[in-house]
Ligand binder design. Structure first.
Ligand SMILES: NC(=O)c1ccc[n+]([C@@H]2O[C@H](COP(=O)([O-])OP(=O)(O)OC[C@H]3O[C@@H](n4cnc5c(N)ncnc54)[C@H](OP(=O)(O)O)[C@@H]3O)[C@@H](O)[C@H]2O)c1
Length: 312
């Protein structure tokens, strides 16, 4: 699937258009605005060329500011970076999709987006409140719109040249298949939690058969300890190959054909997370045989993000 033996340069061709997604992606789920700017800047400097954003993260303007600094300094050109953002659950009604997209695009300060994802398959009550709740604190869902309705509105954005590809996030195989079958423009990417404790093997197989990029979030298990970063097999492989556990987990993800999103917040971590190199086959086999199974982020069950701080 990939086109380079240098893992850091791996770009995965998309099934729609001519775009190629850099396998190593930087995720912008960073609550602090100032840290968003410095971390995005440091990621660019370290070599990351793929950036994952979302209207729900509340920091597209800061991410855009870091892009503008990099672009203005002439260090990078727009075509070199691959930028994704996501439609939030309160904007699933078809008549809300374009306005939500344009607002994100404007905040990011870009003329086009490379990829637009529906953030989750769950539609929430439409409106400006991103976290609509009833008096008992339960999320108010919107049952008047289907994911396919939303998808068709997203297809129209591609048809009109506003974004180059579209995809889905936090979706399981059973929900993905009907969208894939009905879609005029097939999903180019599916963003889900994935790491050695949640390899999503069946979903990955389907995606690879259909040319869909599986874009793994939490490749380091969201940094939760104990977790994949402290797994004895990962730690032993890291010692053997002279890399850090994080680098082992990221290399494994790229070598199995997925793209990934990681969120280093300092320049040193950005360099570390970008500096991956291929693992030997026996190490890949060992990781593939890890038996622990753990989902860390419950967002797929409710559409409520697990790691967005209160007040955002
Ligand atoms: N679609 C969705 O619903 C969804 C959900 C969650 C995330 N995402 C996307 O995925 C992106 C990635 O988020 P993530 O949480 O999965 O990122 P991650 O990089 O897997 O995990 C981040 C955590 O790992 C730690 N970390 C980062 N680099 C490390 C290293 N080299 N060694 C040890 N620890 C390290 C960080 O610690 P420090 O903070 O101390 O650096 C942080 O606690 C997000 O920014 C977002 O774009 C999407």
């Amino acid at each position: 699937m990939s086109e380079s033996s240098d893992l850091r340069m791996t770009r995965i061709p998309l099934n729609h258009g001519t775009g190629r997604m850099p396998a190593l992606g930087f995720g912008t789920l960073i609550p602090d605005p100032a840290l968003t700017i410095t971390a995005t800047r440091d990621a660019l400097a370290a070599g990351f060329r793929h950036f994952d954003c979302a209207e729900r993260y509340g920091n597209e303007r800061e991410v855009g500011q870091a892009f503008q600094t990099g672009l203005a300094a002439g260090r990078i050109v727009r075509e070199e970076i691959f930028v994704t953002t996501k439609l939030w659950n309160t904007n699933h009604r078809p008549e809300r999709v374009e306005a939500a997209f344009e607002a994100s695009r404007e905040r990011l300060g870009l003329e086009y987006l490379d990829l637009y994802l529906s953030h989750t398959p769950f539609a929430f009550q439409p409106g400006d409140n991103q976290d609509p709740r009833d008096q008992n604190g339960n999320v108010i869902y919107d049952h008047g719109v289907t994911l396919l309705d939303t998808w068709k509105a997203m297809e129209s954005l591609v048809d009109r040249g506003k974004c180059r590809a579209i995809g889905l996030s936090d979706i399981g195989l059973d929900e993905l298949k009907p969208i894939y079958e009905a879609a005029k423009i097939k999903p180019s990417a599916v963003q889900v939690e994935s790491h050695p404790y949640l390899p999503e093997t069946e979903l990955l197989k389907f995606c690879q058969e259909k040319g869909i990029v599986l874009l793994a979030f939490a490749p380091l298990g969201h940094g939760i300890r104990p977790g994949p970063l402290e797994d004895p097999i990962i730690v032993a492989i890291a010692a053997r190959v002279g890399k850090t556990p994080a680098q082992v987990l990221l290399a494994w993800a790229v070598q199995r054909g997925t793209a990934l999103l990681t969120t280093p917040r300092s320049a040193a971590r950005a360099k570390e997370n970008f500096d991956i190199s291929p693992l030997p086959q026996d190490a890949l086999d060992q990781i593939n045989h890890i038996q622990t199974r753990q989902r860390l982020n419950p967002v797929v069950k409710t559409g409520v993000p697990g790691f967005i701080p209160q007040g955002k």
